[in-house]
Design a protein around this ligand. Structure first.
Ligand code: PGA
Length: 279
C-alpha cells in the first residue's frame, strides 16, 4: 500500500456557540488535550465564547491546540459598544475567528414563529463579512468564512448560485496570497444542529464547486491552498466518511465539540484522512 500526504492539512474547529463557563471550558479542554496532543497532520482548534477564551487558553497550555473566536468586528477600537477587535482576539491568544455563521447572518433554517421577526438580529451580511475578513487578514488573524444554503434554496435548485455568490462577495478584494491562508466552511443551514447531515458525496460536490469558484476568481494556487471545511451535524459516527472526501479539508463542529470524547474521535479521523492510500 502506498501512502501519500494530501495537499492540505485538515483543520477541525469546535464551535462551542453560547456554551461553557470558564470552569466548563477548562474541564472540556482538559479532557481534550490527552486525546489530541499526539495526533499528527491535523490542526485542532476550539472556539469558545469570548468570556471563556482565557480559561481555554490556559487549559490548552503547550498542547498545540489552537484558539479561535466566534466573531470579530472590523474596527481597530473606539465607540463600538459590545464589539471585539482583531487585536483583542490576538491578545487573547486567538489564531482564528469565525465570520458569517448562519446564526450571526440570521439565516436559521426554520424558527419558532415568535422568533421570526427577530430573525436577522445579528444582521451579518456578505458585505460586513467581507470587511471583517479583510481587516482580520491585515491584522494577522485568520478568518473562517462560513457559507451555506437554506432548505428552501436547496429545494428550488439555487444551492450553487447562492453559495458561489456568497463566496465571491465575502472574499471580494482579498489578494490571492491571502486567500490561500484563509478557511472556508460550507455549512448547509438545514444541517446545522438538526442531526441531518449533508450526504457525503453532495457535501464533497459543493466543496469542489466552492474551490472552483475560488480558482476562477483568484487563480489555481489560491484554489488549491484554501482549506474548505464541512459543518452541520458532523459527529463521531459520520466524521470519517466526510473527512475522507477529496475536497473536504476538515470540519466546523458544533454539538459534537462539546464533549471531549466525540470531538477527539473527529480529530483522530481527520488525522487519518490527511493521507491518501493507494493499493
Ligand atoms: P452542529 O453545528 O455541528 O451542531 O450542527 C455546526 C456549526 O454550526 O458550526
Amino acid at each position: 500500500m502506498v501512502k501519500e500526504k494530501k495537499l492540505r492539512t485538515p483543520l477541525i474547529a469546535g464551535n462551542w456557540k453560547m456554551n461553557n463557563t470558564r470552569a466548563a471550558a477548562e474541564a472540556l479542554v482538559g479532557g481534550l488535550v490527552p486525546l489530541v496532543k499526539d495526533l499528527v497532520d491535523v490542526e485542532v482548534c476550539v472556539c469558545p465564547p469570548f468570556t471563556a477564551l482565557d480559561a481555554a487558553r490556559k487549559a490548552i497550555g503547550d498542547s498545540g491546540i489552537q484558539l479561535g473566536a466566534q466573531n470579530v468586528f472590523w474596527e481597530e477600537k473606539g465607540a463600538w459598544t459590545s464589539q471585539i477587535s482583531p487585536d483583542m482576539l490576538l491578545d487573547a491568544g486567538c489564531k482564528y475567528a469565525i465570520v458569517g455563521h448562519s446564526e450571526t447572518r440570521g439565516r436559521f433554517g426554520t424558527v419558532d414563529e415568535t422568533l421570526a421577526s427577530r430573525l436577522s438580529y445579528f444582521g451579518e451580511t456578505d458585505a460586513t463579512i467581507n470587511v471583517k475578513a479583510k481587516f482580520m487578514l491585515a491584522k494577522g488573524l485568520i478568518p473562517i468564512v462560513c457559507c451555506g444554503e437554506t432548505i428552501d434554496e436547496r429545494k428550488t435548485g439555487k444551492t450553487d448560485e447562492v453559495i458561489s455568490g456568497q463566496i465571491k462577495a465575502c472574499l471580494s478584494g482579498i489578494s490571492a496570497d491571502e486567500i490561500e491562508k484563509l478557511v472556508i466552511a460550507y455549512e448547509p443551514v438545514w444541517a446545522i444542529g438538526t442531526g441531518e447531515v449533508c450526504e457525503t458525496a453532495e457535501a464533497n460536490r459543493v466543496c469542489r464547486m466552492i474551490r472552483q469558484t475560488v480558482r476562477e476568481s483568484f487563480g489555481a494556487d489560491a484554489g488549491n491552498g484554501v482549506r474548505i471545511l464541512y459543518g452541520g451535524s458532523m459527529n463521531d459516527k459520520n466524521a470519517e466518511d466526510l473527512l475522507e472526501q477529496s475536497e473536504i479539508d476538515g470540519g466546523l463542529v458544533g454539538g459534537a465539540a462539546l464533549k471531549a470524547e466525540s470531538f477527539g474521535v473527529i480529530c483522530k479521523a481527520a488525522s487519518f484522512a490527511a493521507w491518501n492510500f493507494y493499493i
